[in-house]
Design a protein around this ligand. Structure first.
Ligand code: ZN
Length: 232
């Protein structure tokens, strides 16, 4: 696979994000790690798909060694060992599963998924350890439908909030309760810094990322290099 360079803004964002992951480690019931090349690929799909949502499947990278010692500093006092599949492990390459509005994204016909992934994932290709979906112009906080969908997840569910303009069919909506995890400085109506421009022509103003477990517990995320070293 061709590996593209990680943009500077994303590396800077990852350092800040991990610092918060470290400082707030005691608030989390578990930990998972995402290498920057996987995150970068997910962001690329996210931006290319605007204003649509996307659904991404993630598995654990079983090819690699055990990262527990490198990530141990990020595990805090509320950690519940064996809470979910892939806990404390690094994810591998992401798979783009679906794209559409929030209804379409969460209702993937099994036979459709089976056909799509049968080549590289075998006949049960529809199953992934973790699931990530995007919230176009909305906070990365689980909705009621997200909490329901998570009941079938063996790992954790991740939400990537992406703020962009022009808004089109996805007007800005930030009236949501919940802890937010900015990857970049979060924009608001008055202050919309531009971190880049998508191939669709949309201006990107901000990105946020959370993970949660089906029991409603917040899960800590650490961003790493391809070898599982936290970006610090
Ligand atoms: Zn959602």
């Amino acid at each position: 696979m061709m590996r593209e360079a990680i943009p500077d803004w994303l590396l800077t964002a990852a350092k800040r994000y991990n610092l918060t992951s470290l400082e707030n480690r005691d608030a989390y019931a578990g930990l998972m790690a995402i290498p920057m090349n996987s995150l970068s690929e997910i962001l690329d799909w996210t931006f290319r798909s605007l204003p649509d949502e996307i659904l991404v499947g993630l598995d654990v990278d079983t090819e690699k060694m055990d990262y527990s010692d490198r990530l141990a500093r990020y595990i805090g006092s509320s950690d519940e060992p064996s809470l979910f599949a892939g806990q404390g492990m690094l994810v591998g390459r992401p798979h783009l599963v679906n794209r559409g509005d929030s209804y379409e994204v969460h209702h993937v016909p099994e036979e459709w998924v089976d056909g799509l992934f049968s080549e590289d994932r075998g006949p049960r290709g529809g199953r992934f350890t973790h699931w990530l979906h995007t919230h176009p112009n909305a906070p990365a906080v689980p909705s009621g439908a997200d909490a329901e969908a998570a009941q079938f997840t063996e790992g954790v569910d991740l939400i990537l909030g992406v703020w962009f303009s022009p808004e089109g069919a996805a007007p800005w909506f930030d009236d949501v309760e919940g802890v937010r995890r900015p990857l970049t400085e979060l924009p608001d109506e008055e202050d919309r810094p531009v971190i880049g421009r998508a191939i669709t022509g949309h201006r990107i103003h901000g990105v946020e990322l959370i993970a949660f477990h089906k029991r409603g517990l917040a899960i800590n995320v650490v961003l790493t290099d391809p070898d599982g070293m936290p970006i610090e």
